[in-house]
Design a protein around this ligand. Sequence first.
Ligand SMILES: Cc1cc2nc3c(=O)[nH]c(=O)nc-3n(C[C@H](O)[C@H](O)[C@H](O)COP(=O)(O)O)c2cc1C
Length: 340
Amino acid sequence: MKQKIFTLQEAAKWAADLKAAGKRLAVTNGVFDLLHRGHVEYLKQAATHGDALLVAINSDESVHRLKGPDRPIVSEMDRAVILSELACVDAVVIFDSLKPIEVFKAIPPDIYVKGGDYTEETTDREEYPILKAAGAKFVFIPFIAGQSTTATIHRLRGDAKGIDGSSLEEKIQPLLRRRSVRKFQPRYVSDEMMELLLKAAMAAPSACAKDPWLFHVLRNDGLRRQIAACLPNGPFLADAPVGIVVCGDLNRAHGGELSYLLQDCSAAIENLLLAAQQLGLGACWLGIHPRQDRIAAVSKALSLPPSIVPVGGIAIGWPAQEPPPRTRYRQDAVIVHPQP
Ligand SMILES: Cc1cc2nc3c(=O)[nH]c(=O)nc-3n(C[C@H](O)[C@H](O)[C@H](O)COP(=O)(O)O)c2cc1C
């Protein structure tokens, strides 16, 4: 039987032979966990744009980081085998990082196929220049409505209610799962993960989109211990593999007002905490503002000028504890103003 599952090196050789024979290679990538009809239709269409189709799939480790601790459902080798059995697929490679940058570098696509409502402008900013440099033609294929692995998982769990198969309660679960984590494994948090957290933080609402925030990422153990010593309720920051001090720049804040700066930075911190939870990380907000002693000590440790206000710290790492999901919903905190 024709070999279709390749290591990156083997796939590069296969692609080079293909190109030498004057054939054009279409490349797409994805998770393809619980393959469904939407995937198959998508891949069939993708294949029509080249003479051969290579599918790059995320390794189990990268799916875990992308989609959370419960995924993938199907292991990388099983996903590779299933895909390789499709007539429209000519080759499958497994990649380990969150983005298939190494694949694109080793195997420059003639045609790059992407699903969903992407455009060249919204293609990932790291992937785009590599694809462009390879002279790839971009093809965007919309997904078929109503086909999704997430919806299938919800149906299998028996909680199908919403149009996409998830119950309304299920939709807010990621928010309820966010809990403060104060104990961490001695395990490195990659730069890739940190960038994702910061992307989430900087997607927060900000008054007049002034984005007054600044993020001091504490990779340096000594500096992190020094900041931890400034925070009476945050000694565990010293033992976290990484931390962030979120500051606001008064000169950038809406109207130059401290209150807007604090609200914007708080929204960014919350976004970051939620993103950490989604990525399987643990995190805890560490109060700095408005305690003047903490502000002074952190400002000194980070050599901040007076216009930069440290708002809060965040301890981040792979969790060594798992507080259960919860809401602190109180009916008496809700005042409904009925129609007259
Ligand atoms: C402004 C603010 C400051 C906080 N400061 C600290 C802190 O210094 N140390 C700490 O352990 N937790 C701190 N927290 C986390 C709260 O203690 C925590 O969110 C709260 O107990 C609810 O628990 P949960 O996050 O697990 O839902 C802070 C939270 C906020 C919003």
